[in-house]
Write a protein that binds this ligand. Sequence first.
Ligand code: V0D
Length: 254
Amino acid sequence: MPFAWKKILKKNNKTVKIPPERMPKHIAIIMDGNGRWAAQRGLPRTAGHHAGMAALRRTIRAANDLGIKVLTVYAFSTENWNRPAAEVDFLMRLPSEFLRTDLPELVAKNVKVMMSGSYEGLPQHTIEAVNEAINKTANNTGMILNFALNYGSRAEIVKAVREISQAVAAGSLQVDEINEEMISNHLYTAGLPDPDLLIRPSGEIRLSNFLLWQLAYAELWFVDIYWPDFTREHLLAAIEAFSQRDRRFGAIKL
Ligand code: V0D
């Protein structure tokens, strides 16, 4: 079957056909706008985070149905520690809340849970919830669901530089042996393909210290809605646009 195009049915009953090699393998999403979504409705920010969790659940299901290999979602940045303590406490309970309801489905669907970020500073109960999901899905071979949690891209690069420098200082590595692949292998995302597509809702047009190294060649898709309103149709629109873009990786088209 050389022409097994991916046929995707949209809500308007139209079908999008995408050649399999034009599907993104790795999609990264900044789940932004939850607080503003709530404020707009006169609701507490916590209601926005809960609605954001429902959007996350929909998006995981849609990405898995589409055969996406890796989905990375930005759940908590190292900058988010600057929020009021009560909000941080609330957010830190969301991993266990989410996994209590959704881990059985992830296990049934052969999804593998990963975390990109630092364990430092996370409450013990959060670490336990995340580690349980990682351990229970460690041998799964389906979609990788990668939670960027307590993640900051510059700190991640500093970590990689330190680890590589240690090897140089110890005499086990020559400076001229350092290359891009080695740096990639010292990031939290080691072993994953780089994201092909970054989606950022909420109207902000920036990267906010997310996957700076890994996004070097990614297509960027900004959508002017808040994350809790994100649906499968928004995901399809991003994938459809991605499939029509012509990625040159710095080379010229012949
Ligand atoms: C709040 C929208 C799931 C973004 C989604 C700790 C803002 C809901 C998780 C989660 C958050 C994290 C790790 C894991 C399983 C689930 C999550 C946070 C916030 C910050 F292994 N949703 N979610 N984590 N929100």
